[in-house]
Design a protein around this ligand. Structure first.
Ligand code: ASP
Length: 594
C-alpha cells in the first residue's frame, strides 16, 4: 500500500505502516484480530489488514472500557481502534515486523463483527487440504501468501496494460456468449431460452473476434480475456483461464515478437525476475523436437537427444534394424554417471511406454580393454551388438565409464516424446535444474499441419487461421507456418501467429483440414464474409496470465494465483457449481436431463 488511506470513521492509517516515525501521534486503525495474548492485566492484539500487522496494547488502568471489551476478542474478529503510537521498550522490539518498534496503546475500541473459530489456522504455511481452502476461500484469501499473489497478479496485468497503452493499443471486449471457436477443445455450452434446442458457446479464445477487429480497422487490440475450454483439468489447466490476448494489423512475425518482448520483458523487469533481457533466442520447431523431443524445450539443463542411426546403420540387432528399415529412428540420451537399481530402470521403461514407445534400452558404459572409445556395456542388449556399434553409440553420446545411456528405437515422433519425457523425469529426479535459473526462448517455424492417423486427416498445429510460409504447396506435411510460441523453463507461456488475410488461402486451408465449404460457412461464415472486404495482413498472440504469475510467484499450482479457481476436478468447492437446476428452468430452456 503506497499511500495512507483517506481518513474515515474506521481508519486513518494502515496497520502495516505505523512505524517509529509516527511515535507520539494518535492513529486509528481497522482490521482483523490476527492473534491475542493476555499478559497478566495487559492484553496484546496483533491487528491485521492488507498492508500488514500492528500490535495493539490495552492497559486496564488507563483504558478500562477498551480493556474490558478486548477480553472478549477472538481470532478473526473485526474491529476499529484509536490510540497513541508508542515506542516499545527496547527488549520488546520485534525486528521481524516493520511496525515492530511501536505499538498502538488503545483508548477506544469498537468491535465491528465477531468471527467463529476458523476451520483452519490462517498461517502463511498451511497444511490443510486444498478443497477446504477453496470452500472457505474468503478466509484463505486473508493469508499473506494469497494477498501477495493477487497483488502480484494485479501488478503484472497493470504493467502489461501500461506497455500496450503506450504503444497505442486499444483494450476492446469481445462476447462471452458466442459460437464455437476453433482452438480444438470441447466447448462449454449455454442453452438458449430464446431458441430451445440451440446453445451459445463460451469462447475458447477471442480468436475470430480479434481478427474481425483488425479487419474493422482497429489496428492494435488487446484484452485481458477469459477463455473457456472443457478439458480434463490438470495442475496447469483449468476450465476457465485468463490470457493477455493481442492482435495487430500490418505486421510481420518479428513485429509481434518485438512487441511481446517489450510487454513480457517489461513485466519481468518490474518483478525483478532473473531471466535474460530481450531479444530472446529463437529455436525452430524442428531443432527443439530434435534436441529435446518436445516443442517447448526446457533448456536449463543438458541431456540432449542424440541420433544414433548412423552408429547402428549396419546392425544385425533386429529391434534396431527393423525400426530403421521402416523409416523410424534410434535415438538416445546420456543420463550421466548414475547407478540405478533394476526397479528404477523398469520404472523409466514404463514411463517410455506411457509415452508410446514400445520399450527402452538401458546400458551402463563400462571401461573395457580399450580406454577410448569406451566399448563395453552392462545392458540386456549388449550381447546383440558388435563392439564397434557399442563404441560408436558411446562416442555419439559421449559416454564415460559409469554413464547410464537410455535409447529408444521407434517412429520419430514417439521416440522424441518418450526420450523428452525421460529427460524431464531425470532432471526432476536428480535435481539437474540449477535453483533460481530461468531460460526463455521463442520456438518458431512450426509445421502448418500434423497428420492425425486415427482420424486419417490433417490437423492444424496452431489453428486454422494461421498463415502458411510461402504458397500452399502440394505436400501439406512439409508446409511451415508463421506461428510462434514463447517458452519459459519448459512451459509454453504464450503462442500466436500471423493470420491468413486472403479468402482464397483461407478456403484452401479449411479444405485441406477437411472442413467443406458448407461447414466452413456455418462455423466461421462471419469471418469468411469479412475476409471478402479487404483484410489487412495481421497477426497476434495470447499469453497465459495464470501461468506467468505463478512462475513469477514461484508457485507450482496456478490455483495459488487465482482468486476463485475451480478444483482439479473442474468443480467449484466454494459455490458448489456445477449444480442441478430447478426443473422449471430446464423446461424453460426446452431441456430434459437423460
Ligand atoms: N487464439 C490463440 C490461443 O488462444 C492465440 C493466438 O493465436 O493469438 O491460443
Amino acid at each position: 500500500m503506497r499511500a495512507a488511506p483517506r481518513p474515515n470513521g474506521y481508519r486513518d492509517a494502515w496497520c502495516g505502516q505505523l512505524t517509529a516515525e509516527r511515535a507520539g501521534t494518535q492513529a486509528r486503525v481497522a482490521g482483523w484480530v490476527h492473534r491475542r495474548r493476555d499478559h497478566g492485566g495487559l492484553i496484546f492484539i496483533d491487528l491485521r489488514d492488507r498492508s500488514g500487522i500492528v500490535q495493539l496494547v490495552f492497559h486496564p488502568e488507563t483504558a478500562p472500557g477498551a480493556s474490558e471489551t478486548a477480553h472478549r476478542l477472538r481470532s478473526e474478529d473485526v474491529l476499529t481502534a484509536t490510540g497513541s503510537v508508542t515506542r516499545r521498550a527496547p527488549e520488546n522490539v520485534n525486528p521481524n515486523l516493520i511496525t515492530g518498534e511501536i505499538e498502538l496503546s488503545v483508548d477506544e475500541l469498537e468491535i465491528l463483527a465477531n468471527a467463529d473459530t476458523p476451520p483452519f489456522p490462517l498461517d502463511d504455511d498451511i497444511s490443510v487440504g486444498e478443497n477446504l481452502r477453496l470452500r472457505h476461500r474468503a478466509l484463505d484469501l486473508r493469508r499473506h501468501p494469497m494477498q501477495d499473489a493477487l497483488a502480484r497478479r494485479h501488478r503484472v496485468i497493470s504493467t502489461m496494460r501500461e506497455v500496450l497503452n503506450a504503444r497505442d493499443f486499444l483494450e476492446v471486449e469481445t462476447p462471452y456468449l458466442t459460437r464455437s471457436t476453433p482452438e480444438g477443445a470441447r466447448d462449454y455450452l449455454v442453452p438458449a431460452r430464446i431458441q430451445p434446442g440451440s446453445c451459445y458457446a463460451l469462447p475458447q479464445s477471442p480468436q475470430l473476434f480479434k481478427q474481425l477487429l483488425m479487419i474493422g480497422g482497429l489496428e492494435r487490440y488487446y484484452q485481458i480475456a477469459r477463455c473457456f475450454r472443457d478439458e480434463d483439468a490438470r495442475a496447469d489447466r483449468l476450465p476457465e483461464f485468463t490470457q493477455l490476448d493481442i492482435e495487430m494489423a500490418f505486421v510481420h512475425e518479428d513485429d509481434v515478437i518485438d512487441c511481446m518482448e517489450a510487454v513480457i520483458g517489461g513485466v519481468f523487469e518490474r518483478e525483478r525476475f532473473d531471466v535474460s533481457r530481450p531479444p530472446w533466442p529463437r529455436m525452430t520447431f524442428d531443432e527443439a523436437v530434435f534436441r529435446y523431443g518436445i516443442d517447448r524445450p526446457d533448456t536449463r539443463f543438458g541431456l540432449e537427444l542424440k541420433d544414433l542411426g548412423e552408429a547402428v546403420a549396419q546392425t544385425e540387432f533386429k529391434v534396431f534394424a527393423d525400426v530403421l528399415r521402416d523409416g523410424g529412428v534410434v535415438r538416445g540420451i546420456n543420463a550421466g554417471p548414475r547407478e540405478l537399481p533394476r526397479s528404477e530402470l523398469d520404472a523409466l521403461t514404463e514411463l517410455a511406454r506411457q509415452h508410446g514407445a514400445k520399450g527402452l534400452v538401458w546400458a551402463f558404459a563400462q571401461a573395457g580393454a580399450q580406454e577410448w572409445p569406451v566399448s563395453e556395456w552392462r545392458s540386456p542388449i549388449a550381447k546383440f551388438l558388435r563392439w564397434q556399434e557399442i563404441a560408436a553409440i558411446n562416442e555419439r553420446l559421449d559416454a564415460k565409464p559409469g554413464d547410464l545411456l537410455l535409447i529408444v528405437a521407434d517412429e520419430v515422433t514417439t521416440t522424441g516424446q518418450a526420450l523428452g519425457a525421460l529427460r524431464l523425469e531425470l532432471a526432476h529426479r536428480f535435481h539437474l535444474i540449477p535453483v533460481g535459473r530461468h531460460e526463455i526462448l521463442w520456438v518458431v517455424e512450426f509445421p502448418m499441419f500434423l497428420w492425425d492417423p486415427d482420424e486419417q486427416r490433417w490437423d492444424s498445429l496452431h489453428h486454422p487461421f494461421t498463415a502458411p510460409v510461402g504458397e500452399l504447396a502440394d505436400d501439406p506435411g512439409k508446409l511451415k507456418s508463421h506461428a510462434y510460441d514463447l517458452v519459459l523453463d519448459g512451459a509454453e507461456i504464450g503462442g500466436g501467429s500471423i493470420r491468413i488475410n486472403r479468402l482464397d488461402v483461407q478456403q484452401r486451408v479449411l479444405e485441406l483440414l477437411g472442413i467443406g465449404p458448407e461447414e466452413a460457412q456455418a462455423r466461421f461464415g462471419f469471418l469468411l464474409d469479412a475476409l471478402r472486404y479487404g483484410a489487412p495482413p495481421h497477426g497476434g498472440i495470447a499469453m497465459g496470465i495464470d501461468r506467468i504469475v505463478a512462475l513469477l510467484a514461484g508457485r507450482e499450482n496456478i490455483r495459488e494465483v487465482i482468486a476463485f479457481p475451480k478444483a482439479t476436478s473442474g468443480a467449484d468447492p466454494l459455490t458448489g457449481a456445477p449444480a442441478p437446476v430447478d426443473p422449471a428452468q430446464l423446461r424453460e430452456l426446452g431441456l430434459r436431463a437423460i
